[in-house]
Design a protein around this ligand. Sequence first.
Ligand SMILES: [Zn+2]
Length: 69
Amino acid sequence: MARKAKQVAACSICGKPVQEAYKPFCSKRCADVDLHRWLSGAYVIGGESVEEEPPSPPAAEAIRRGPKA
Ligand SMILES: [Zn+2]
């Protein structure tokens, strides 16, 4: 099995070949995209799961009760 001497990594954002100047991304744009993802992700990971359960919407409750309850 012959291994390729140099394997070009693919940008994890868009899959294009990584550019040396923007490793590990193909462009600044993708680097920015990843940064934003990371920041938003870090928020969830860092601060113990932020309450994601939305408070029961009043509309749903009204439907559950029904007008002819
Ligand atoms: Zn990219």
